[in-house]
Design a protein around this ligand. Structure first.
Ligand SMILES: [Zn+2]
Ligand SMILES: [Zn+2]
Length: 372
């Protein structure tokens, strides 16, 4: 059975924030949890699917791998193993339900990771460069240092929950732990909101980052800048910034790993007689010696003229395919010379065209076989 898309499983969009994903998970997990659907196999399967999607999409590394490669990029059974339901409610739900049975305050959320799509030319990717990126993001408010409280004041302990972030509510016979309605689980109250961030602790700010792109990066590579994502809530850890590299198509070269490919047209005369031809490389033109009787499509390898790997520092090769070009716009004299020349090739005993002879021999045999 093919797996459903994780975003689809949780009914969230691809651009959803971690908080939205958690919210969607909480809603669905409550609905399908086995404790609420005893003996219902479909609900149990549903619950497992939801749980798996949630675990991948809230782990920034796994989520990035999933976004890039789909299910092939992540193996949900690796690492964590198959948690049973008990541990799901104990740990996992703990950080969603705001404290859960561990009690205490809700942790301020880590900032979101950001992704920046950087398009490079092939030359830039191969040689590396330093790029200035303008990143619009949420940054810790410098007026209140992220506390959200007006300058000169600080948040006070919530009187309702006495800083616990949780209160006990009576519902009939049951006492239920709930996030404190006064402080929304934070355990603190801000009396005078910071003028700049209005109590958020974060402000929108665009930042110019100077990013060193290493030589040899390729399409699909990601550069992680730790802590350069969005600021966390109330001074919590910031997220990371991922620079996603894409390389524009080049007019001459096609890159495959560390190798570069190109096609170089040569004249019939040069192909037949041999000689030097000019071949482009990323460092300028170089001379390539073509032997006499070179057939069209022949590949020449120029060692070390490819790309230096960003990981191993191995250097690839340049593979040049020579393509013989049929001359066009011939004048009468040229045509006459060619006719004359062509007639000289007709003598089969001289074996000027081994490929053609081989081919026509094959055709002859084919028809003979048909007749027998
Ligand atoms: Zn502020
Ligand atoms: Zn409170």
């Amino acid at each position: 059975m093919s797996k459903r898309d994780y975003y689809e499983v949780l009914s969230v969009g691809r651009e959803s924030s971690e908080r939205e994903i958690k919210k969607a998970y909480k809603r669905l997990a409550m609905k399908f949890h086995p404790d609420r659907n005893p003996g219902d196999k479909a609900a149990e399967a549903n619950f497992k699917e939801i749980k798996e999607a949630y675990e991948i999409l809230t782990d920034s590394d796994k989520k990035a791998a999933y976004d890039q490669f789909g299910h092939a990029g992540v193996d949900p059974n690796r690492g964590g193993g198959n948690a049973d339901f008990g541990d799901v409610f104990g740990d996992r739900f703990g950080d969603i339900f705001g404290g859960g049975r561990r009690g205490g305050q809700r942790q301020a959320a880590r900032g979101s990771d950001l992704r920046y799509n950087l398009e490079l030319s092939l030359e830039e990717a191969v040689k590396g460069l330093t790029k200035e990126l303008r990143i619009p993001k949420l940054a810790t408010c410098d007026s209140c240092d992220g506390s959200g409280a007006k300058k000169g004041t600080s948040p006070t302990t919530c009187g309702t929950c006495h800083g616990q972030g949780q209160v006990q509510m009576r519902q009939g016979f049951f006492a239920v732990q709930q996030a404190c309605p006064t402080c929304h689980g934070r355990g603190k109250i801000i009396k005078d909101l910071c003028n700049k961030c209005h109590g958020e602790g974060r402000v929108e700010k665009s930042k110019i980052l100077s990013v060193k792109i290493p030589a040899g990066v390729d399409n699909g590579d990601r550069i992680r800048l730790s802590g350069e994502g969005e600021a966390g809530e109330y001074g919590a850890h910031p997220g990371d910034l991922y620079v996603q590299v894409s390389v524009r198509e080049h007019s001459i070269f096609v890159r495959d790993g560390n190798n570069l490919y190109c096609e170089v047209p040569i004249s019939f005369g040069k192909a037949a007689l041999g000689g030097g031809i000019e071949v482009p490389t990323l460092d300028g033109k170089v001379n390539l010696k073509i032997p006499a009787e070179t057939q069209t499509g022949r590949m020449f390898r120029m060692r070390g003229k490819g790309v230096k790997s960003v990981r191993s520092h191995a250097v690839g090769d340049l593979l040049c395919k020579v393509v013989m070009e049929t001359p066009v716009k011939l004048n009468e004299r040229q045509k006459e010379m060619l006719r004359e020349f062509d007639e000289t090739l007709a003598d089969a005993s001289k074996k000027h065209s081994p490929k053609a002879e081989g081919f026509f021999d094959g055709v002859k045999k084919f028809f003979q076989d048909l007749n027998t």
